[in-house]
Write a protein that binds this ligand. Structure first.
Ligand code: ADP
Ligand code: ZN
Length: 738
C-alpha cells in the first residue's frame, strides 16, 4: 500500500483530497505540492501523510514538489495537532490559520528588479578600449567593479543603458539577474539606537530568573506582574538580548495593532545591529509585505519577530523566548475558528520547543494569576515605577450629581475634569481622554413613545455618526439615513441619546478652542498609518489632547501626559458577562497608567454613575491583589473560570425557531452521558439576540477539565446532524459571551 498525502488545495473552496506519493519524492507534512485536479494542474499544501485510505478507486499520484522545504516546521505541526485536539477544530482549518493564504496561494510572490553584476571583469586592454570607444559601457563596468553587490539597472541609466548592458552581457563580462527586493513595512522609519538601561534591583532579579530559565531544559512560564510604568519593556529588551546571545530567536506578541508601532520602534532601536533581522507580522501589512516578512522568517533571516496574535505561528526556528505583552488582553483570543488564545498557545509552543515564555502585564488575567498561585507559573513582580515616578492620584467624580447641576442635560465633561485639563494645558502638559464608545450618539430615541431605532439585522440600536451624517450598526456595519420623524409614532421630537468619541471631540473642541485635539478610534484609523502618525505627533507634543477608545488605553508611554480623564467608566461594567468587573478594573488601571510616567506627577479623573462599584474602587487604589482576592472568591463560589473551563455553544439562523430547536436538540444530546464534573446550562437566547439577520441562541458548559469538556461537546457535534440553515459553533475558553 503506497503512502498517501492529504492535500489542502489552493483556491477559494479550499478542498482537501488524498493523493498517492510517488516513490522518488520526499514529501513531508507542510510541503507545497503540484497535483492533478480534474485533469488540470493545481497546487496545494500537504496536511498529513498516512496509509492510503481504502477506496474503490485508485488514488491519483501527486506530480511534484513546489518546494522541498515544508512551509511549517515540525514543532508548529505539533502545535497544530494540539489545537485540533484541544479546541476540536479540524486540522485543515488550523493549518489555514497557521500559514497565511498569501503564502499558500500563488497570487503573491517575491518582488524583483533587474540588476547587473560583474562576473568576469574585462582585461586592462579591453578596458582601455572601452574607455575610448564606448564611454557608457566603461562607466557601467567601473561602477560595478567597485560595488560588492548587484546594482539595479535603474541606477545604471535605466532604459537608455539597455543597449550597453546587452553588449556587456553578451561579452560575458556582466550578468543580468532578477534581484529580490524586500518590501519593508518600516522602510520610511528611522530608528535611533538606544543603549540598555541599568536595571533597578527588581528588574535585575527578574532578569536573572529569565536567564536561568533560558538555560534550563524544562522552563516554567513566568508571569511578569509589573505596575504601569515599572519598566517591563526594559526587561523584555534585555531578556531578548540574553536569548539572542545564546543563539536563540525571539517572538514578541502585542495584543493590538495600536501597540505594534511603539514596540517595533523600541525593539528596532535597541537591536539596531539586527534591524535587518527583525520582522513584523500584523494585519496592517500589505500582502507583499507579509509575504516577504514571512519568508524572511522561514529562511532564518529574521531572529526577532514582533507581531499580533497570529505571530504565535511565526515559522521561526529554535525560539528561545516568547514574550506576550499585556497577556490579559482579550484581543489574544481569535474569534473565528480555530478560536485559539494566543497566550495559551505561547505556553504550549514553549512547552513543545522547550523555550521560555514571559507573560507581562500590570493587570494579570485571573486565569494566569491563578496559575501562579497553583505553582504552574512563576510570579515575578515589579512594584515600583522604574524612573522613580509615583502612581497617579485618582479621583472619582459622581456623574449623577454632575448631571443634576446641568439640569439633566448629558453631562460629558465634569467641572473638575474641565478645570484640570485647563490647568495641564496651561502648564504645557498633555492630556489623554478615554471613552470606550465610538460614533457621535449612542442611539436615536423618541421620547413620547420610547421607540429606539435599531438595526434591521441586529438587536442593537444604530449609532449616529455625524461625520458622514448616517446611522451605523456597530455589529454588522449596516447604514441608514437619519429619520426626521419617529418611524413608530411620527413624532418629530425624536432625539439622540448618549454619546461617543465623535461627540466628545466636538465638545472638547468647544470647551478648549485653542488646544490641538486628535481622536483615535476605529473610525479615524481606517487609513493606513493614521495611527502611527497621530501617536508620533502626540509624542512630539504637536497634539495636546488625545481622545480615544480602548485603542489608546494601554501600553503607550508618553512621559509628558500628566492627566487622564475617563469620560464614562460604566460602559464596560454592565455588560452581561461574568468578566465585566475584571474588564473594567483592567481598563481603568491601564488607562490610568498612562498618566504621570515621566518626571511630572500624574492625575486620573474617573467619571462614573456608580462610584462605589468594587472595580472602580480597587482600580482607584491600584490594588490588584485586593481586586483579585474578592473576584476569585466570587468565581469560585459560582464555579466560573479560572476554577473551571467554559465552553459556549451557539446556534444561529435566520429562522428563529430552527435555531432555538437545534440548540434544544443539542442540549438534550449533551445531557445524555454527561460526565459528572460538567455543569450544563440551559439553552437561552444570546444577550445579543440577533446579529447579521440571524437569531442567536446559546448555552454554557463548565467543567474543571478542558479536554473532558471539549471531547464530550465535540463528540455530540460530530454525531448530531443539524439543519443546513443553522450554523452551530463551539467556543472553548470563550471570552465573548454572545
Ligand atoms: P511598562 O511597560 O512597565 O508600563 P515601560 O517599560 O514603558 O513601563 O517603562 C516606563 C519608563 O521607565 C520608560 O520611559 C523607561 O524608559 C523607563 N525605565 C525603565 N527601566 C528603567 C531603568 N532601569 N532605569 C531608568 N528608567 C527606566
Ligand atoms: Zn446590524
Amino acid at each position: 500500500m503506497p503512502l498517501a498525502a492529504s492535500v489542502l488545495i489552493d483556491g477559494p473552496s479550499e478542498l482537501v483530497f488524498d493523493y498517492a506519493i510517488p516513490d522518488h519524492l520526499n514529501v513531508l507534512a507542510g510541503c507545497r505540492v503540484r497535483i492533478p485536479l480534474r485533469n488540470r494542474p493545481a497546487t496545494g499544501t500537504v496536511l498529513r501523510i498516512g496509509e492510503a485510505p481504502q477506496t474503490d478507486f485508485d488514488l491519483r499520484y501527486l506530480t511534484d514538489l513546489v518546494d522541498p522545504e515544508p512551509l511549517i516546521t515540525p514543532p508548529l505541526l505539533k502545535l497544530a495537532e494540539w489545537i485540533t485536539s484541544y479546541y476540536g477544530t479540524p486540522l485543515e482549518q488550523v493549518i489555514r490559520s497557521i500559514i497565511p493564504s498569501s503564502i499558500r496561494g500563488e497570487k503573491t510572490s517575491a518582488k524583483t528588479r533587474r540588476a547587473a553584476v560583474l562576473v568576469n571583469p574585462p582585461s586592462e586592454e579591453e578596458l582601455a578600449t572601452l574607455a575610448k570607444r564606448a564611454k557608457r559601457q566603461h562607466q557601467i563596468i567601473t561602477l560595478l567593479s567597485v560595488s560588492d553587490k548587484p546594482i539595479p539597472i535603474t541606477d545604471l541609466g535605466g532604459p537608455s543603458a539597455s543597449a550597453s548592458l546587452k553588449t556587456l552581457s553578451e561579452k560575458g563580462w556582466i550578468k543580468l539577474i532578477d534581484l529580490e527586493v524586500r518590501r519593508d513595512p518600516d522602510a520610511n522609519e528611522t530608528f535611533v539606537p538606544t543603549d540598555p538601561l541599568t536595571l533597578n534591583a527588581e528588574q535585575a532579579e527578574i532578569h536573572q530568573t529569565v536567564v536561568k530559565s533560558l538555560n534550563s531544559d524544562k522552563p516554567t512560564p513566568i508571569l511578569l506582574h509589573g505596575i504601569t510604568g515599572s519598566g517591563k519593556t526594559e526587561v523584555y529588551l534585555q531578556a531578548t538580548r540574553a536569548a539572542l546571545d545564546l543563539g536563540k530567536n525571539v517572538i514578541v506578541l502585542v495584543p493590538e495593532i495600536a501597540l505594534a508601532p511603539q514596540t517595533v520602534q523600541r525593539f528596532k532601536a535597541r537591536f539596531h545591529d539586527l534591524v535587518d533581522q527583525t520582522a513584523v507580522l500584523h494585519s496592517n501589512l500589505s500582502q507583499g509585505e507579509r509575504f516577504d516578512e514571512w519568508h524572511r522568517i522561514r529562511a532564518g533571516k529574521a531572529r526577532i519577530v514582533i507581531g499580533a496574535r497570529s505571530a504565535i505561528f511565526a515559522p521561526i526556528k529554535d525560539p528561545g523566548l516568547i514574550i506576550v505583552d499585556e497577556e490579559h488582553e482579550p484581543a489574544y483570543k481569535q474569534e473565528n475558528p480555530p478560536k485559539y488564545h494566543a497566550r495559551d498557545l505561547a505556553v504550549v509552543r514553549c512547552h513543545l520547543e522547550k523555550c521560555t515564555v514571559l507573560l507581562g502585564t500590570a493587570t494579570p488575567s485571573l486565569e494566569t494569576f491563578q496559575n501562579t498561585q497553583l505553582g504552574k507559573y512563576q510570579l515575578a513582580k515589579l512594584t515600583e515605577r522604574a524612573d522613580g515616578a509615583s502612581l497617579p492620584l485618582t479621583r472619582v467624580v459622581d456623574m449623577r450629581i454632575e448631571s443634576k447641576k446641568h439640569k439633566g442635560r448629558d453631562a460629558i465633561i465634569s467641572d473638575i475634569l474641565r478645570t484640570s485639563i485647563d490647568k495641564r494645558l496651561e502648564d504645557g502638559e498633555q492630556v489623554i481622554v478615554f471613552l470606550n464608545r465610538r460614533g457621535f450618539a449612542r442611539s436615536l430615541q423618541c421620547p413620547p413613545c420610547g421607540h429606539v431605532i435599531e438595526c434591521n439585522h441586529c438587536a442593537i440600536p444604530l449609532t449616529y455618526h455625524r461625520a458622514d451624517e448616517r446611522l451605523v450598526c456597530h455589529i454588522c456595519g449596516h447604514q441608514a439615513i437619519v429619520p426626521r420623524l419617529c418611524p413608530n409614532c411620527q413624532d418629530p421630537a425624536i432625539r439622540f441619546q448618549g454619546y461617543g468619541t465623535e461627540k466628545a471631540e466636538t465638545i472638547l473642541r468647544k470647551v478648549f478652542p485653542t488646544a490641538k485635539i486628535a481622536r483615535l478610534d476605529t473610525d479615524t484609523t481606517r487609513r493606513k498609518n493614521t495611527l502611527r502618525d497621530t501617536l508620533r505627533d502626540f509624542r512630539a507634543k504637536k497634539i495636546h489632547i488625545l481622545l480615544g477608545t480602548q485603542m489608546i488605553a494601554k501600553g503607550l508611554d508618553f512621559p509628558n501626559v500628566t492627566l487622564v480623564g475617563v469620560l464614562n467608566a460604566d460602559l464596560s461594567l454592565y455588560a452581561p458577562d461574568f468578566r465585566a468587573g475584571e474588564r473594567t478594573f483592567q481598563l481603568l488601571t491601564q488607562v490610568a497608567g498612562r498618566a504621570g510616567r515621566g518626571a511630572l506627577a500624574g492625575e486620573v479623573i474617573i467619571q462614573t454613575s456608580t462610584p462605589h462599584s468594587p472595580s472602580i474602587q480597587f482600580a482607584r487604589h491600584h490594588d490588584f491583589n485586593g481586586f483579585a482576592a474578592q473576584e476569585l472568591d466570587v468565581r469560585q463560589q459560582f464555579s466560573y473560570p479560572p476554577f473551571t473551563h467554559l465552553a459556549l455553544l451557539l446556534a444561529r439562523s435566520s429562522h428563529e425557531r430552527r435555531a432555538e430547536f437545534t440548540l434544544q436538540t443539542l442540549h438534550r444530546k449533551i445531557a445524555e452521558n454527561l460526565p459528572d464534573e460538567i455543569i450544563l446550562g440551559d439553552p437561552i437566547p444570546s444577550p445579543l439576540t440577533k446579529s447579521h439577520s440571524q437569531f442567536r441562541f446559546q448555552l454554557l458548559m463548565r467543567g474543571p477539565n478542558a479536554r473532558v469538556l471539549s471531547h464530550h461537546l465535540n463528540k455530540v457535534l460530530r454525531t448530531t446532524p443539524t439543519p443546513e440553515d443553522v450554523i452551530v459553533t463551539a467556543d472553548l475558553d470563550a471570552y465573548d459571551l454572545g
